[in-house]
Design a protein around this ligand. Structure first.
Ligand code: MRU
Length: 352
């Protein structure tokens, strides 16, 4: 039995991109075909594709699809219009920095490629495919690095995660769920506890689905049960993904991550963040500068089509929070695990 994930949420097929529609899981497995940049922007905004690294890969393909639609043969006009494509994609989701990282890498590739417009388009497709393939390799490396820093006892760990930082949130394999996969493969995992992750339930719908696909033992809890489980001695370590990490290690991730880090600290349970280098934003000194997305209040006031509160209620729906660096035991990257204050030397290894 192979433990590698066979889930690939974004991939190039013949002349278009295929996405697993994450809004339909776990009730149905639906593939969406994307051939136009506008449709990719909508897919990112509406969370057909979601999770920071997966958004980055999708945006890279979106840049190619947009480039393909540009009709001019003038190199200067092409580069100007490509900037308009980039801006459309930048406006989809504000917090996950992988989106901006991938767009910048595609723009830089276009500017630096010597040749005519058709050739630049070809190179852009190759670059998007490279970003796609690199992300899977990166996640596998994160999985291996994470295994080295998980607590050495007990022999089989009970891990807790939040949201979905799995294969579905990346090009494949996952970041925090990649570490969980590696632990399972190495027979170091007793069980994964997954927070359901209100309001969009990525833990219930996506993390639980991924685990069930591969036979990884998973117990779903509601977000408010995490502290109780820790106090009962049921959790050995917490591991989460990240949407953007500031230079000092402050980490934006799905709303609810910060409170999880606080309760982990109160119970002296290690708290790990797993993320690729492309999630670190060295331009931001601290997490205070990370833009936090606010989403449609309907995510709070209704479950399915059912209203769950008086219609007069007011709402606040931030999609992410920032966990301060001092609550994080280590940040696990493809280049190894390190304390948040040790991130800076990695800047030289970042591709863009
Ligand atoms: O709003 P989402 O579902 O895109 O948020 C996803 C998360 O917060 C993930 O934990 C994060 O992107 C890490 S993905 C490897």
């Amino acid at each position: 039995m192979s433990f590698s994930s066979q889930v690939f949420p974004v991939f190039w097929y013949q002349d278009h991109v295929r996405l697993i529609n994450q809004n339909q899981l776990p009730t149905s497995y639906e593939i969406v075909e994307i051939s136009r940049c506008d449709d990719m922007a909508t897919a990112i905004k509406t969370m057909i594709v979601r999770g920071a690294p997966a958004i980055g890969v999708a945006a890279a393909y979106g840049m190619y699809l947009g480039a393909r639609e540009i009709e001019t043969s003038s190199r200067d006009q092409f580069l100007t219009q490509l900037e308009t494509v980039a801006q459309k994609l930048r406006e989809t989701r504000p917090t996950a920095v992988n989106l901006f990282w991938a767009i910048e890498r595609m723009l830089k590739t276009a500017r630096q490629t010597v040749g005519n417009v058709d050739y630049i388009k070809e190179v852009l497709l190759q670059t998007a495919q490279a970003i796609n393939a690199e992300d899977i390799a990166t996640c596998e490396a994160i999985g291996a690095e994470g295994l080295k820093v998980l607590p050495s006892s007990p022999a089989r760990l009970r891990l807790l995660t939040h949201c979905n930082a799995g294969a579905l949130a990346t090009a494949g394999y996952g970041t925090s769920l990649g570490v969980v996969r590696s632990a399972w493969q190495a027979e170091r995992l007793e069980r994964l506890y997954a927070d359901e992750t209100r309001p969009r339930l990525q833990g219930a719908k996506l993390t639980a689905w991924e685990c069930v696909q591969e036979g990884i033992p998973v117990t779903l809890i509601t977000d408010s049960m995490a502290a109780h489980c820790m106090r009962q001695g049921m959790i050995d370590a917490v591991i989460v993904g990240a949407d953007r990490i500031a230079a000092n290690g402050d980490t934006a991730n799905k709303i609810g991550t910060y409170s999880l880090a606080l309760v982990a600290k109160a119970h002296q349970i290690p708290f790990f963040v797993a993320a690729p280098l492309s999630t670190i934003d060295f331009k931001l000194a601290t997490g205070k500068e990370i833009p936090i997305e606010e989403r449609d209040p309907a995510e709070i006031y209704q479950i399915g089509n059912t209203l769950i509160c008086p219609p007069e209620t007011e709402f606040y729906n931030p999609a992410f929070d920032v966990t301060p660096a001092h609550l994080i035991t280590a940040i696990i990257t493809e280049h190894g695990a390190m304390k948040p204050e040790e991130l800076l030397p990695l800047q030289t290894k970042q591709v863009v």
